[in-house]
Design a protein around this ligand. Structure first.
Ligand code: NDP
Length: 452
């Protein structure tokens, strides 16, 4: 007889064909939750799992804009409003050519559990476009953002849905999006987070996801009486999350060895120190160059191009203590995870969303390493977005120290919840812990609010 998870997944896949990342995200959660649902008939009767996997609303729209050559371009815009049982929809916008409905639904689904874990009142959503900001002029990016917002503005609002950044959406894009929203609505509200400091943004928001992933790793290590001091670390990506992961690793006395982009990675055995990190920030955020240029400046480092036909990523085949995948989904497969373990890595803290495939997660669990899944480890970003919303409502700005302290406290609280729900003898299964802890609050709120 098929298991309850198999039955549930067969139905979900038939209903959402071709959305493989969404299937993957739901399968993992369903496996953690089915025992909880079996013990709580009220959840089964109310079909909470079926309801939580169905978006409350999906908005899809045409985004026509004109490039610098005067040619018309047509992209597609999306917003997935997944669940608002515990607060307004909240989650980033991703601009990347690979964006499609399945990817955004996986991200929105994960966001529901993540936001619940932060202890703040935020529902889950996600959106974006298949627009590729890479190689576009600032004017092209502005025209695209303005057209995108000329539709999105009617669906969002400070008490309805509050988008933020994600891959391809940083401070520049949030500025253009906010400007258009303000013009169309004729109101200045906290409708987007990740805003500039002079117009409603919060200190520490840019740093928060990376800092949070490092705080989470420190919490996991503390369960074994260890710290990050002296640990060598593999970091992937070179965008927002990776940059501030490296910064906080340096603050905590650890040594980041690698960074990457979609073309390849650099390995710097001497360590990426503050001066080198400042070079990467300028390269990526201002000059919008490629990570390969790091080796032109720092001859001690080596550059390895990514071979898309290879069955594994050589970045994960280097000796280290910790890994911080911070680029994109499914960037660590089963073979990569075996390489990590073989090379001595025993801490994986996910800055990216779902960067490990199910095979990779099985390797971590089999080897009982400290594995912090994205929905717990990278929740610092959205948590600080929640703090930005609070400051906007209060019309106050907290100091850097105050926001950082709150972020640190939230990451500790998330870790505590994961331990409470994921402890099994001496081992903490953080996957089960995060899924179950995130679920309970949302599920109970859905029960309280009736069949809506
Ligand atoms: P950025 O756009 O700032 O940086 C993304 C980095 O990942 C770039 O170095 C990019 O390289 C690389 N990358 C993107 N796609 C791929 C790919 N298919 N293969 C290899 N490398 C790739 O994004 P963020 O740093 O904001 O986001 C990174 C991850 O963190 C994502 O999974 C995101 O969902 C997650 N996250 C982000 C949060 C935030 O606050 N920003 C919050 C929580 C999670 P290239 O420049 O070549 O594309």
């Amino acid at each position: 007889m098929p298991s309850r998870v198999t039955e549930f997944m067969e139905h979900l896949i038939a209903k959402n064909p071709g959305e493989k990342e969404f299937h993957q995200a739901v399968q993992e959660v369903a496996e953690s939750l089915m025992p909880v649902i079996d013990k709580n008939p009220v959840f089964r009767k109310a079909k909470i799992l079926e309801r939580i996997a169905e978006p409350e609303r999906i908005i899809m729209f045409r985004v026509p804009w004109m490039d610098d050559k005067g040619e018309v371009q047509v992209n597609r815009g999306f917003r997935i409003e997944m669940n608002s049982a515990i607060g307004p929809y909240k989650g980033g916008l991703r601009f990347h050519p690979t964006v499609n409905l399945g990817i955004l639904k996986f991200l929105a689904f994960e966001q529901v559990f993540k936001n619940s874990l932060t202890t703040l009142p935020m529902g889950g959503g996600k959106g974006g476009s298949d627009f590729d900001p890479k190689g576009k002029s600032d004017n092209e990016v502005m025209r695209f953002c303005q057209t995108f917002m000329s539709e999105l503005f009617r669906h969002i609002g400070p008490d309805t849905d509050v988008p933020a950044g994600d891959i391809g959406v940083g401070g520049r894009e949030i500025g253009f999006l906010f400007g258009m929203y303000r013009k169309l609505r004729n109101e200045f509200t906290g409708v987007l987070t990740g805003k500039g400091l002079n117009w409603g943004g919060s200190l520490i928001r840019p740093e928060a996801t990376g800092y949070g992933a490092v705080y989470f790793a420190a919490e996991m290590l503390s369960t074994r009486g260890e710290s990050l001091q002296g640990k060598t670390c593999l970091v992937s990506g070179s965008g927002n999350v990776s940059q501030y992961t490296c910064e906080k690793l340096l603050d905590m006395g650890a040594k980041p060895l690698t960074m990457s982009d979609s073309n390849g990675y650099i390995l710097d055995e001497a360590g990426i120190d503050r001066e080198k990190l400042a070079f990467v920030l300028d390269l990526k955020n201002n000059r919008r160059g490629r990570i390969k240029e790091y080796t032109d400046k720092y001859r001690s480092a080596v550059y390895v191009p990514l071979d898309p036909r290879a069955n594994c990523n050589p970045l994960w085949d280097n000796k280290a203590h910790c890994a911080f995948p911070s680029a994109t989904q499914n960037e660590i497969n089963g073979k990569d995870a075996e390489n990590l373990v073989k090379n001595g890595v025993y801490v994986v803290s996910e800055g990216a969303n779902m960067p490990s495939t199910p095979d990779a997660i099985n390797v971590y669990i089999d080897h009982k390493i400290l594995y912090g899944p994205g929905k717990a480890a990278n929740a610092g970003g959205v948590a600080t977005s929640g703090l930005e919303m609070s400051q906007n409502s209060l019309r106050l700005s907290w100091t850097r120290e105050e926001v950082d302290q709150r972020l640190h406290g939230i990451m500790k609280a998330i870790h505590r919840q994961c331990v409470e729900y994921g402890k099994n003898g001496n081992f903490v299964n953080y996957v089960n812990g995060a899924n179950i802890a995130g679920f309970m609050k949302v599920a109970n709120a859905m029960i309280d609010q009736g069949l809506v």
